[in-house]
Unconditional design. Structure first.
Length: 177
């Protein structure tokens, strides 16, 4: 994995404290997402109105658990903001092989000093900063690494391959409607 640098301390919080808080937030969010616990999700995000509960309910029918959650954290565009690249393995019901996944979150400190996964529209400067981070060499190496792991799993495990084919067919029928 790419080496991600240090993050800045914040309002008396050390880098270690910030990393612990961000890790805990992400863990709480993914657990709540799998359980479709909208109250907990609401406490994790800036605007729960951007969360599609119906979609989460559909996902929870096949996602048994998010495992091995590991956050790579970079400073965001503004003080108290962070770009968090979340690696995790998805455990699908009735499939033993774990599926490697990567998601990028933007986490900001709110007025009360709590970290929230930011789901609202970003200011132009913040979006440009995130785009620059996302296209950086270290992030592209991470993305490529996870993509290769996923391709290997799909090519080597017929159950995972069948699951992905089922998802693709479901998406095709949804877009055809």
């Amino acid at each position: 994995m790419a080496s991600f640098g240090a993050i800045h301390s914040l309002n008396g919080k050390s880098e270690g404290n910030i990393r612990q808080e961000l890790d805990a937030l992400v863990q709480r969010y993914y657990t709540a997402k799998q359980q479709v616990d909208m109250d907990t999700i609401a406490g994790c995000v800036s605007n729960v109105g951007h969360i599609d509960e119906k979609k989460l309910m559909t996902e929870s029918e096949y996602v048994e658990e998010y495992r091995n959650i590991n956050c790579k954290i970079l400073d965001g565009a503004t003080k108290g903001s962070y770009r968090v690249y979340v690696y995790y393995d998805v455990k699908i019901f009735d499939i033993d092989t774990l599926i490697p996944s990567l998601n990028a979150l933007y986490i900001k400190q709110d007025e009360q000093g709590n970290f929230k996964i930011y789901l609202d529209t970003l200011k132009s400067g913040e979006q440009k900063y995130i785009d620059k981070l996302d296209s950086s060499k270290q992030v592209q190496e991470l993305v490529h690494s996870v993509q290769k792991q996923l391709e290997t799993v799909i090519s080597q495990d017929s159950e995972v391959r069948g699951f992905y084919e089922m998802l693709e067919n479901a998406q095709k029928s949804d877009t055809a409607k």
